[in-house]
Design a protein around this ligand. Structure first.
Ligand SMILES: Nc1ncnc2c1ncn2[C@@H]1O[C@H](COP(=O)(O)OP(=O)(O)OP(=O)(O)O)[C@@H](O)[C@H]1O
Length: 225
C-alpha cells in the first residue's frame, strides 16, 4: 500500500529523515513512535502526499508521489482518512455537520444519511450530534475527528497522536475503534509517544507492528516495546 525506497526529507536545513526503506502492507496495523520533534508528523505527511520526499521514492497505492499531478494527489487523498493532531473543526457547525464535511465538500451529500447515523452511534456521539465543537470534551473531539476521517470509507487511516490529550479510559475506547477498523480490512498507521497504548494494542491485536524514529531513520522497534 505504501512503499518507501531510500527516502529522505528535509524542510530546508539538514535532513530530518533519511535512508528510509520500508513498506506498509494493505490491512496492516502500525504504530510510529519516537520522542517529540523527531519527525513523526513529517513521516505521516509523506504517507499521504502532504509532503513529497526530497530524495528517494514513495509509492502510495502504487503511484509515485513525485510524478503525480495535483488532481491525482487530490484523488489519492480521498482514499486516506487523516486524524490530525490538533483535531480542528468548524466551530459554528454542529458535530454531525462537521463529521459529514468531507462528503459535503466533495459533492457527495447523497451519501450522508444512514452512514452518518451509523457512524455517530459507532463513535458514541449520537446524543451529541447537535453540539458545537467548543462544547465537546477532549475525548469527544477525538472521536468526532475519527468519524470525520472515516466517513468517506478510506482504505488507509492515519492518526497523529490521537490520544494525546485524553485520559486512559478514553484512549482505550479510541484504540478499540481503530482496531475495529483494522479488522474490517483498513490499513491503520498511528503516531504516538504513549508506549502503554502500544502495549494495550498488541495485547488486543497481536499483528500490530511498531516503527520507531531513531537517528533520523524509521526502523522496526525492538522487542523491548
Ligand atoms: N513546516 C515546517 N518547516 C520547518 N520545520 C518544520 C516544519 N514542520 C516541522 N518542522 C520541524 O521538523 C521537526 C520534526 O517535526 P515533526 O512535527 O515531524 O515531529 P514530531 O515527532 O511529530 O513531533 P511531536 O511529537 O512534538 O508532534 C521539528 O524540529 C519541527 O520543528
Amino acid at each position: 500500500m505504501i512503499e518507501f525506497r531510500d527516502v529522505a526529507y528535509s524542510y530546508g536545513g539538514g535532513e530530518l529523515l533519511t535512508g528510509i526503506t520500508l513498506s506498509l502492507a494493505p490491512g496492516s496495523f502500525h504504530f510510529l513512535t519516537g520522542p517529540s520533534g523527531v519527525g513523526k508528523t513529517t513521516f505521516l505527511k509523506l504517507c499521504y502526499a502532504e509532503l513529497i520526499a526530497t530524495a528517494g521514492t514513495i509509492e502510495i497505492f502504487g503511484q509515485d508521489t513525485r510524478s503525480m499531478s495535483r488532481d491525482a494527489i487530490a484523488r489519492l487523498r480521498q482514499r486516506v482518512g487523516v486524524v490530525h493532531q490538533d483535531c480542528e473543526f468548524l466551530d459554528h457547525l454542529p458535530v454531525d455537520e462537521n463529521i459529514a464535511l468531507p462528503l459535503t465538500v466533495s459533492g457527495r451529500e447523497a451519501q450522508i444519511g444512514n452512514d452518518l447515523d451509523e457512524l455517530l452511534a459507532w463513535v458514541g456521539l449520537r446524543e451529541r450530534r447537535h453540539a458545537l465543537p467548543p462544547e465537546l470534551s477532549g475525548g469527544e473531539r477525538q472521536r468526532a475527528a475519527l468519524a470525520r476521517a472515516v466517513i468517506t470509507s478510506p482504505e488507509l487511516i492515519i492518526a497523529d497522536e490521537p490520544t494525546g490529550n485524553i485520559d486512559w479510559e478514553m484512549s482505550l475506547k479510541l484504540l478499540k475503534l481503530l482496531i475495529e477498523l483494522n479488522r474490517l480490512g483498513k490499513t491503520v498507521l498511528i503516531a504516538t509517544h504513549d508506549l502503554n497504548l502500544i502495549r494495550a494494542a498488541r495485547a488486543a491485536q497481536a499483528s500490530a507492528r511498531v516503527l520507531r524514529i531513531r537517528n533520523r531513520r524509521v526502523e522496526p522497534a525492538g522487542a523491548e516495546l
